[in-house]
Design a protein around this ligand. Structure first.
Ligand code: ADP
Length: 599
């Protein structure tokens, strides 16, 4: 799995439990809220029941007053009717008032022509009276839409005082209850018929709810809550149901569920939206982090592939200051070093090929000369002077060959770590004179002035005389080679910092500053400086290279440095392009005790 995939899996792994916990918490909060609201609704239903019960109590009071009259008074019809009239006259919704004896016969009635009680209502009331409890029954004698409430209070001797009240009076007690829009209060009698419903058409009065699922949920409890879609107006409501005292009536307070749960729902939605925003932010954050890690890794990988494929300029991104950018920087630093090394290897390869062809050339040219001269020497009648000249040339060329081969041998010794030098007392002026002697011919060929500066009392040094001579010859040969014709080469020696420095100064082309660090490297061969004195005098690079004897293999200075170090000395150079160079060979002094050999 990719880093990006893993980070995403990590983010999802972190977010998913959060989501589950969040949803569970939201569910719990929602349930709590619903329970609180439902409890509130049950309390509302209870309150409505209490209101209705109190109203009934107030209706019973005048009946109780009449029932408390003495039996004699209760038998006095005319006096009783006066009392009934007095009780009825102030109660607008009361229809009629009567006193019944134990058999249900009317003892007194007001108003005089009032309808008689339906038998079922009278029987029910009288049976309750026999048990000595006051009762309320619904009298549907006027038809379904309009009903009367028949309330009765027992009198001594099992009779009853009965009043009938217009059902419209029920609007009064519930008027004080403030309910939200489209909420309803419904009152149901013992036979489960609607006797009151706020905000409702008359037609619903008398509706039989016996088969309604609402009532069955109440069972034996006093209160309950049920969610039902109303068959009357089609609104889904949450109904709080409550029994009204011992009357057998049930009061229902119904509030549209959309209104009841609206605020809780809004709150919940608020939590859900905040939760979703958090999840979204977390996922976005995880994606961004994944991108910020995966992208540099991808680019780094790409750079590594490119680099491995040979594109050495491929580099990793290094934006930012985090671990990834540091990794990129380290990769780039490594790539930089490898690129340089690769370039150096390529350069060494080039130098080696050049070296092989130069060596072949260096060997072939003098051998061809020697062969040609030998042929000439074999001719009969050759002048004696010519013969001498040829033999001398052959000897010089042989010396050059020997030097060249010795250089190659030294190279292999240095490479194999077996270069041996002696440490002996060496007189510096002797070495200098010997080198001047051997190089004078070549210097003359180039019309150079080659001379030694007076050198008073130069002390002897500790060195290998043969090797020192070869190193100095090499330096002088270079001065001859790299100085345009007619130049000046001066050798001198003096004591310097408890050592002896042999210097070779020329007024040749000089060495460019950028070549200085690699001047003593194996196979290094410099190019003529573009503004060298030779060029300034009107000679082109090509002409200079062609005219001057600049043959070589780039080994002289490498060998010189190694040999000098072996002898306990060192070589230094000071040069300026177009003005010339000074090479110095620093050597330890000879003391009577011998040489301090290097480690
Ligand atoms: P070679 O002479 O065979 O090229 P060396 O190792 O002797 O090899 O010299 C290395 C390079 O140093 C030369 O190719 C040349 O560019 C530079 N060099 C050495 N001596 C001088 C000098 N006296 N003046 C200018 N350049 C020099």
């Amino acid at each position: 799995m990719s880093i990006r995939g893993r980070l995403l899996a990590l983010a999802i792994g972190g977010v998913l439990p959060l989501l589950i916990v969040g949803l569970t918490v939201l569910g719990i909060v929602w349930n709590d809220k619903q329970n609180q609201l439902n409890e509130g609704l049950e309390q509302q239903a209870e309150l409505a029941g209490v209101i209705f019960d109190r109203w009934l109590d107030a209706q019973y009071q005048p009946l109780q007053t009449i029932a408390s009259y003495s039996p004699d008074h209760l038998k006095d019809k005319s006096a009783l009717e006066e009392n009934l009239k007095a009780a009825l006259i102030h109660r607008a919704h009361w229809i009629d008032l009567r006193v019944l004896d134990a058999s249900g016969k009317v003892v007194a009635i007001y108003p005089a022509g009032a309808e008689s009680l339906p038998v079922s209502v009278a029987d029910k009331l009288l049976s309750e009276m026999r048990r000595g409890v006051q009762d309320v029954e619904t009298d549907w004698v006027r038809g379904e839409g309009r009903y009367l409430l028949a309330i009765a209070v027992p009198v001594e001797g099992a009779g009853a005082v009965v009043a009938r009240i217009d059902g419209g009076a029920l609007k009064e007690p519930f008027r004080g209850m403030s309910l939200p829009d489209r909420a309803v209060i419904t009152l149901i009698d013992q036979r489960h018929r609607v006797v009151y419903r706020s905000q409702t058409p008359e037609s619903t009065i008398g509706l039989d709810l016996t088969d309604s699922s609402m009532l069955s949920t109440l069972k034996s409890q006093n209160t309950t809550v049920v969610v039902v879609k109303s068959s009357i107006d089609g609104v889904e409501r949450v109904y709080g149901l409550g029994r009204v005292g011992k009357t057998g009536y049930i009061v229902m307070v119904g509030i549209p569920s959309a209104i009841l749960y609206a605020s809780a729902w809004r709150q919940l939605m608020g939590y859900a939206v905040v939760g979703l925003i958090v999840v979204f932010c977390t996922m976005t954050g995880a994606l961004l982090i994944a991108r910020s890690i995966a992208r540099p890794v991808r680019l780094l990988n790409f750079a590594a592939e490119e680099f491995g494929g040979g594109n050495f300029s491929a580099r990793a991104p290094t934006e930012g200051k985090d671990e990834m950018s540091r990794l990129g920087m380290n990769f780039n630093a490594m790539a930089e070093r490898l690129q340089k090394r690769e370039a150096r290897f390529a350069e060494l390869d080039r130098l080696k090929s050049e070296f092989v062809s130069t060596v072949s050339h260096e060997l072939r040219t003098p051998l061809t000369t020697i062969k040609a001269l030998t042929r000439l020497l074999m001719r009969e009648g050759l002048e004696e002077t010519k013969r001498r000249e040829y033999i001398e040339t052959i000897s010089v060329e042989c010396d050059r060959q020997i030097d060249f081969v010795l250089n190659l041998l030294d190279l292999s010794r240095i490479e194999g770590g077996v270069l041996r030098v002696t440490h002996e007392r060496v007189e510096v002026d002797e070495v200098i004179s010997s080198v001047i002697k051997s190089e004078t011919r070549s210097a003359e060929k180039r019309r150079h002035e080659l001379r030694v500066e007076p050198q008073p009392d130069v002390p002897p040094v500790c060195a290998d005389p043969k090797e020192l001579r070869r190193v100095l010859s090499n330096i002088v040969e270079n001065a001859i080679k790299y100085t345009p014709d007619g130049g000046r080469i001066i050798l001198s020696a003096h004591e310097e910092d408890s050592q002896v420095a042999i210097s070779v100064t020329d007024n040749g082309r000089g060495i460019p500053a950028e070549d200085m660090p690699i001047l003593f490297d194996k196979f290094h061969r410099g190019r003529p400086a573009p503004h060298s004195a030779a060029l300034a005098e009107g000679t082109t690079n090509a002409e200079f290279l062609e005219d001057a004897d600049v043959s070589g293999v780039g080994l002289g200075l490498y060998l010189a440095r190694n040999v000098m170090e072996r002898m306990g000395g060192r070589i230094s150079v000071d040069s300026e392009v177009g003005r010339g160079s000074t090479f110095k060979l620093h050597l330890p002094l000879w003391s009577d005790g011998g040489c301090n050999k290097p480690e």
